[in-house]
Design a binder for this molecule. Structure first.
Ligand SMILES: C[S@@+](CC[C@H](N)C(=O)[O-])C[C@H]1O[C@@H](n2cnc3c(N)ncnc32)[C@H](O)[C@@H]1O
Length: 193
C-alpha cells in the first residue's frame, strides 16, 4: 500500500485540498500506513492531528512512520473503528478519509457523528479511488456522486467534487459544516469568513 506511487500522490493531493492551517485540529479516519498523517502533521505545525484505524497492523505501521510527531504530542493515533468517532473530546477543523468510506457501517449515522465532532465551517474530504476489478472513470463518477449525496443527507453544505486523473481517477468530495450547526461540544465563538 505504502510503496505504490499512486497512493502517495493520492494522499498528498487529498491533504492539499483540505487546506490545513498551522493551528488546525485534524482527524483522519482509516489512516492505513500513515502517509496522509505525516502530510497533515507537516501542515498543522501548531495544531493536533488525530487518527483512528481499526487494524492493529496499520496502527503499528503508522506509529512507526510518525514516531517523532507522536512523541512530541502533535499526532495521536488510536486503534478504533469509524463507529467510535463520536467519542472524541476534540473539536475538529478538518476531517480526512481516504479509500475507506465505502467500508463504514451505517454511513449516514457516521457522517452525522463526524459533523457533530467538527467546528462550524469545518471541512471534510472524502477521497475514493475505486479499486474493484474493471473500475473505470464511470465508477469513480458514480462513487463521487453517491458520496456527495450522503454528505448532503447528513447536513453538510458547500459539497463539491475534485478529480485527480490517475487510473482509475480519484475523486475527492469536499464539504463543510454549516455555520449555524448546533454542536454538542462547541459553543462560544461566532463563525467568521
Ligand atoms: C485501503 S486502506 C487506505 C489507507 C490510507 N487511507 C491510504 O490511502 O493509504 C483502508 C484503511 O481503512 C481502515 N478501515 C476500514 N474500515 C474502517 C473502519 N470502519 N473504521 C476504521 N478504520 C477502517 C483499514 O484498516 C485500512 O487501514
Amino acid at each position: 500500500m505504502t510503496l505504490r506511487p499512486s497512493n502517495r500522490k493520492r494522499n498528498r493531493w487529498a491533504v492539499a485540498l483540505l487546506e490545513v492551517q498551522p493551528r488546525d485540529c485534524v482527524l483522519e479516519v482509516g489512516f492505513g500506513p500513515g502517509l496522509a498523517i505525516r502530510e497533515l502533521a507537516s501542515r498543522a505545525t501548531d495544531g493536533l492531528v488525530c487518527g483512528i484505524d481499526h487494524s492493529e497492523v496499520m496502527v503499528r505501521q503508522a506509529m512507526a512512520r510518525n514516531r517523532a510527531a507522536v512523541e512530541l504530542g502533535r499526532v495521536e493515533l488510536r486503534l478504533a473503528s469509524a463507529v467510535e468517532v463520536g467519542q472524541f473530546s476534540d473539536t475538529f477543523d478538518k476531517v480526512l478519509c481516504v479509500n475507506n468510506f465505502g467500508m463504514w457501517p451505517d454511513q449516514e449515522a457516521r457522517l452525522k457523528e463526524l459533523r457533530a465532532a467538527m467546528r462550524r465551517g469545518g471541512r471534510v474530504a472524502i477521497v475514493s479511488q475505486p479499486r474493484c476489478p474493471g473500475a473505470t472513470a464511470g465508477t469513480t463518477d458514480r462513487v463521487g456522486l453517491e458520496t456527495a449525496e450522503r454528505l448532503r443527507e447528513a447536513g453538510f453544505v458547500n459539497v463539491r467534487r475534485e478529480t485527480l486523473h490517475l487510473r482509475p481517477p480519484v475523486v475527492c468530495v469536499l464539504a463543510e459544516t454549516p455555520c449555524g450547526t448546533k454542536r454538542v461540544r462547541y459553543s462560544a465563538w461566532p463563525c467568521v469568513g
